[in-house]
Design a protein around this ligand. Structure first.
Ligand SMILES: [Zn+2]
Ligand SMILES: [Zn+2]
Length: 336
């Protein structure tokens, strides 16, 4: 099969022709139709994640058809259209798993990092990492929902915000343009926060009731004028941007951090204590959460804005993503 492989940290994606992987016990094999390119694929390309073995095929936004199942697989059948996201499997035996909190598994596997991912014609994944894909969604639309979609949807649906509450999405990019659509469909009074006015019209088209230009306005003040946010979804990987929104939290407001930035940020305890506000990180979700994301997207007509490239052009496609030029998610399509 054809695959785009990273041979060593810092190397390019190289087109290779290798043996089709065979599914082991409890695993399934997908014939890949589409695979999204996520910012986290930089972990593989640049060697920024501990313990990655090379060569490695990245890709954790994978949609395909099951073409083979390993021994002991009861749940899935050949011919089913399914996907694999960031959460690529769990051990069932560690403390979080025994509590049923599989996303926090101490030995969690990550698709395209712990094992080969979807920049390929075929990939193998553990059955617990497989999500069913509703018919209404095309492969190129479903793929980004398996990481960018689930992360924003799952974070938003687990806040204390209720329909009608003020919810802000900071950063209107790959994650934020989906977060806005989810927030609007969940019934929140939705605020888009971005720098400049470039994304104002788009944000309003995606469902924003208000737009805050972070270049021209004090974001915290603007949010307080709207009554204070019950939840703010921070999607831009910028500590300065995260700091600037904390003062915009309302009573019991929650700041949800889904953008992974290695930089630290500071926060005044006064901004939290008086309002009983909190700051929380949110990891993506399990395969079941992926299914909830996909079903909600199909119901609410929520789609990512995508640019597509054939598998062989993974290098060009990745460049678009890493230079922040793509509007908004880049997806590789696989022929055949
Ligand atoms: Zn991702
Ligand atoms: Zn576990």
């Amino acid at each position: 099969m054809k695959a785009m492989q990273v041979k060593s940290p810092g190397g390019a994606f190289e087109l290779v022709n290798i043996e089709k992987p065979e599914p082991g016990p409890g695993e399934v094999r997908l014939k890949v139709h589409a695979c999204g390119i996520c910012h986290s694929d930089a972990f593989v390309k640049e060697g920024q994640y501990p313990g990655i073995e090379y060569p490695r095929i990245p890709g954790h936004e994978v949609v395909g058809i099951i073409d083979e199942t390993g021994e002991g697989g009861e749940k899935w059948d050949k011919g089913q259209r399914v996907g694999v996201g960031w959460h690529g499997g769990h051990c069932f035996n560690c403390a979080p798993c025994r509590e049923g909190d599989f996303i926090l598994c101490e030995r969690a596997k990550i698709a395209g990092i712990s094992y080969d991912g979807g920049y390929a014609e075929y990939m193998v994944a553990p059955q617990e990492a497989i999500a069913f894909i509703p018919e209404e969604l095309k492969a190129v639309d479903a793929a980004p929902l398996l990481c960018a979609g689930i992360t924003t949807y799952n974070a938003l649906r687990n806040t204390d915000a209720k329909a009608g509450d003020l919810v802000a999405v900071q950063g209107i990019g790959g994650l934020g343009h989906l977060g806005l659509q989810y927030a609007q469909q969940m019934g929140f009074e939705t605020v888009a926060i971005s720098r400049g006015t470039d994304k104002k019209e788009l944000s309003e088209n995606l469902g924003a009731d208000h737009y805050i230009d972070a270049k021209a306005q004090d974001v915290a003040e603007a949010l307080q004028e709207l009554g204070g946010a019950k939840a703010i979804l921070a999607t831009a990987p910028s500590s300065a941007a995260i700091e600037s929104v904390i003062g915009g939290l309302g009573t019991n407001g929650q700041l949800l951090i889904v953008a992974a930035t290695p930089d630290t940020f500071s926060v005044s305890p006064f901004a939290l204590i008086g309002k009983r506000a909190s700051i929380k990180g949110w990891p993506s979700g399990t395969a079941k959460d992926s299914e909830a994301t996909l079903n909600f997207s199909a119901l609410g007509d929520i789609r990512p804005k995508t640019e597509t490239y054939p598998l062989e052009q993974a290098n060009e496609a990745y460049e678009r993503m890493i230079k922040n030029e793509a509007r908004f998610r880049v997806v590789l399509t696989v022929e055949g």
